[in-house]
Design a protein around this ligand. Structure first.
Ligand SMILES: Nc1ncnc2c1ncn2[C@@H]1O[C@H](COP(=O)(O)OP(=O)(O)OP(=O)(O)O)[C@@H](O)[C@H]1O
Ligand SMILES: [Mg+2]
Length: 282
């Protein structure tokens, strides 16, 4: 079993209006091995929802099951095991770097979960390789490397804990297009090769549509759509969702209209090319 939300609402403490919940009556189930995207306008509750998945926040109403754990748990319930299984990559994760060297920073998580120095180092080196960090920067200060590399260090720190689920809150924000592509390739490999569950929060519909199969749309704290991406763009209320369509999808609509080919929902360039070749040969 993966992650399940049952009737979950959450209100931030100190928010004066007591009726104000950041997420409201959330029901959802994410199975191990899925690649799910969470989208929605700014302030719609995406980060709040994502942070419930590794117990960084706990419901004020309802329950969240994370594997065998139920939240909110009893007072002395340990959160550590949940954090180990569900790694959360924050919006701008590089703000959390703090160790003297890159390697030490990546080792922090595994050590914190009780691994000995040598074992933690082994995991850290493997994670550094997975994210493509060159060996020579492992002994540098994490504050003397480029922003894109800092992001990789932060991601490696999560991967080193070998979580089953990766929750990614806008992991490509602020990166250049090449950097964004590289970071997404890392996550996609984790998904494809290691069967990791991926929960991706993003505003970028091109990114989402090229990787995720299932999309959850939030609006003012509520889920207004949860289903396969192909159904999202043809949903009768789609215009009200204030979401962009992926470029490839728009291109297919354009071609269907202009050169009268049958429309097909396609989410990457190679498939468009294949499709065009296919219909030319018919
Ligand atoms: N620490 C906080 N204290 C009080 N209210 C908060 C806090 N964090 C978020 N909120 C409020 O909760 C609601 C949901 O915020 P959240 O950050 O989950 O949205 P989001 O969809 O992630 O937005 P964005 O796309 O801008 O990242 C917003 O109305 C926000 O103002
Ligand atoms: Mg957010």
């Amino acid at each position: 079993m993966g992650i399940q939300f049952k009737e979950v609402s959450f209100a931030y403490k100190g928010v004066k209006d007591e009726r104000y919940d950041a997420i409201i009556d959330i029901n959802l189930k994410i199975e191990q091995g899925e690649f799910v995207a969470i989208v929605g306008k700014t302030g719609s509750g995406k980060t709040t929802l994502a942070q419930h998945m590794n117990a960084l926040l706990q419901p004020t109403k309802g329950t969240v099951n994370v594997f065998d754990y139920v939240l909110p748990g009893h007072k002395r319930q340990k959160i550590g095991p949940i954090r180990k299984r569900v790694g959360l990559v924050f919006q701008f994760p590089e703000y959390q770097l703090f160790e003297y060297t890159v390697l030490k920073d990546i080792m922090f998580g595994p050590k914190n979960f009780g691994l000995k120095e040598e074992e933690a180092k082994e995991k850290a080196l493997l994670a550094a390789k997975l994210v493509g960090l060159p060996d020579e920067i492992l002994e540098s200060s994490p504050f003397r490397i480029s922003g894109g590399q800092m992001r990789r260090v932060a991601i490696a720190g999560i991967l080193a804990m070998e979580p089953d689920v990766l929750v990614l809150d806008e992991p490509t924000r602020g990166l250049d297009p090449k950097g964004a592509q590289e970071v997404m390739t890392i996550f996609n490999n984790m998904h494809k090769e290691y069967n990791k569950t991926i929960v991706l929060v993003s505003h970028d519909m091109d990114l989402i549509s090229s990787y995720a199969e299932r999309v959850i749309v939030l609006d003012e704290g509520r889920i207004i759509f949860d289903g396969p991406k192909k159904e999202l763009f043809t949903h009768k209320d789609f215009p009200k969702f204030s979401l962009a369509k992926p470029k490839t999808y728009e291109l297919m609509e354009y071609l269907a209209q202009k050169i009268k080919i049958p429309f097909k929902a396609i989410f990457n360039q190679e498939e468009i090319l294949e499709y065009l070749k296919e219909i030319r040969n018919e």
